[in-house]
Ligand binder design. Structure first.
Ligand code: CA
Length: 277
């Protein structure tokens, strides 16, 4: 107790809060709650700004100034999300995205130059989850980061709940698995199998499939999908959905005799199991 009092008194002089945590410890606690972000970007001004806003929002930030360094840091630090610029020295953002996706499903938010629509589409096709066009508002970036982590994170807690539910045999928390011909979607484990072999989907691809497959035959417009997947009013163009759907189709329909996602002309998409044309 006395020691504690002494610590507190000493703490006041050193800027330690009344709760007995130093500013650093509070910061650590926040970090654990919010997650770790890897920024791969060579523009000093942008790195500085992102660092400031993300740390302020409670995230731990690690920075790589080129693609090779980014890949090394990704392997070592296991970030919860990667912010990846396309224009990087030596190894560009596309190549970095491709190499990360070769072994990991870490969510990737790409930064692209204004007007380069082809770049945006190419990034999404390589497995990026979202993109922001430069110049962007740092607040917008933080809200995108939050939205992506929220949907990836909420399913993780769902997994814990499902596990607890199984232990207690509680029917409310049953491990939900959607089963279709040759296709299984395990919602809690975020695991997809086609003909009993696991298919690696990006977080966005999985969320799209889960959303569609939970309401077979229901037609979703592109706007509905964007708002449901990103979790807020999304002002991007509908093309982003088409790219994700196309990548998703390639992965789940390649080794199956069925097709699962049907394009509803001029409207959007629906989940419908049928024979391949
Ligand atoms: Ca750059």
């Amino acid at each position: 107790m006395i020691l504690y009092e002494e610590e507190r008194n000493r703490g006041r002089d050193e800027g330690i809060s009344e709760y007995g945590f130093s500013a650093g410890e509070c910061y650590m606690a926040q970090k654990i709650l919010q997650g770790k972000i890897l920024i791969i970007e060579d523009e000093e001004g942008i790195v500085h700004l992102l660092n400031l806003y993300l740390k302020d929002a409670g995230y731990e930030v690690v920075v790589a100034r080129d693609g090779a360094d980014g890949l090394a840091l990704h392997a070592r630090e296991h970030p919860d999300l990667v912010i990846l610029d396309i224009m990087l020295p030596a190894l560009d953002g596309f190549e970095v995205c491709r190499r990360i996706r070769a072994w990991s499903q870490t969510p990737i938010l790409m930064l692209t130059a204004r007007g380069d629509e082809e770049d945006r589409i190419a990034g999404l096709e390589l497995g990026a989850d979202d993109y922001l066009v430069k110049p962007f508002s740092p607040r917008e970036l933080v809200s995108r980061v939050r939205a992506i982590l929220r949907r990836v994170g909420s399913s993780e807690s769902g997994e814990v709940q499902a596990a607890q539910g199984r232990d207690k045999s509680s029917p409310d928390n049953e491990h939900e698995v959607l089963r279709f011909p040759s296709l299984t979607v395990d919602l809690a484990a975020r695991r997809v199998e086609v003909d009993r072999s696991e298919v690696a989907l990006t977080p966005t691809e999985f969320d799209l499939l889960a959303l569609l497959a939970q309401s077979p035959e229901r037609v979703f417009t592109r706007e509905m999908l964007m708002n449901k997947i990103w979790g807020y009013d999304y002002y991007g163009d509908g093309h982003i959905i088409d790219v994700h759907i196309s990548a998703l189709r390639k992965k789940i329909e390649a080794n199956s005799e069925y097709r699962y996602i049907k394009t509803v002309w001029r409207v959007g998409y629906k989940f419908e199991v049928g024979p391949k044309a």
